[in-house]
Design a protein around this ligand. Structure first.
Ligand SMILES: C[S@@+](CC[C@H](N)C(=O)[O-])C[C@H]1O[C@@H](n2cnc3c(N)ncnc32)[C@H](O)[C@@H]1O
Length: 225
């Protein structure tokens, strides 16, 4: 029988609880509509209004099928060193850490700007029994990810969209040949993420890449070295 931490009752119960709580996000998004409309009327862009702080109580998490995809991808390349940009309350981090544990151990370095999310993410990982594998670093990922265990096998990008490109440029020298980079929300933030997608798909920056129709678009890139 294969080792499969997503079937571990301790992991499963925390994930089920968090996914159920994350379904409440839709009501929180509705509450942001007047603020967005007021911002647009004053010429502000989406990310001028929707800041990490304004979303400090919102999960904006990967859904279960995308979490499963993260788990399977991490297993399939036997990743031991994983880095995540944008941890929120730790749902995606639990999938990544479960996979690293099933690969025989290693580390997942998460990153979160908001202090309340960081505190709860650490608690959630501990409750899932994955605290020894996952470390969530508090602060701006451009600072907190300056040093990580290396070589990095897999990166998951899910923080604010203007930083996908700077974060991957920061991490690129530490990627192993064949490393996988997954970047979320490509369809939803098509315009904001165009520079990132062009960088990954141009063939000039060391990556081979394509956009997958997983969830709301995941850019799947391999570091060719
Ligand atoms: C879409 S959510 C992440 C969801 C998470 N990956 C999950 O599936 O549960 C994005 C998170 O990135 C965080 N964030 C935004 N900018 C950041 C930065 N510069 N450094 C670290 N975290 C950041 C936000 O506070 C937010 O919690």
């Amino acid at each position: 029988m294969s080792t499969h931490s997503l079937r571990d009752p301790q992991v499963r119960s925390v994930l089920d609880e968090l996914h159920a709580a994350a379904r409440g996000d839709r009501f929180k998004f509705l509450g942001l509509v007047p603020r967005l409309a007021w911002g647009f009327l004053r010429g502000k862009g989406f990310f001028d209004v929707i800041t990490p702080h304004s979303m400090r109580n919102v999960y904006i998490a990967v859904p279960p099928d995308e979490g499963q995809f993260l788990y399977l991808m991490t297993r399939s390349i036997a990743a031991r060193n994983v880095v995540e940009f944008g941890t929120s309350f730790g749902i995606s981090t639990i999938y990544l850490a479960a996979a690293v544990r099933d690969n025989g151990g290693g580390s997942v370095i998460g990153s979160e700007l908001e202090v309340n999310k960081h505190t709860v993410a650490v608690e959630n990982l501990n409750r899932a029994g994955l605290g020894a594998i996952a470390e969530v670093r508090l602060g701006d990922a451009m600072e907190t990810l300056q040093k990580t265990p290396e070589p990095i096998d897999l990166v998951f990008l899910d923080g604010w969209k203007d930083l996908y490109l700077p974060v991957i440029e920061l991490l690129q020298p530490r990627l192993r040949k064949g490393a996988v980079v997954l970047a979320d929300n490509i369809h939803t933030f098509k315009k904001d993420l165009r520079p990132y997608v062009e960088y990954m798909q141009s063939g000039e920056n060391g990556f081979d890449s394509t956009t997958l129709s997983v969830s709301d678009g995941v850019e799947f890139s391999i570091f060719a070295g």
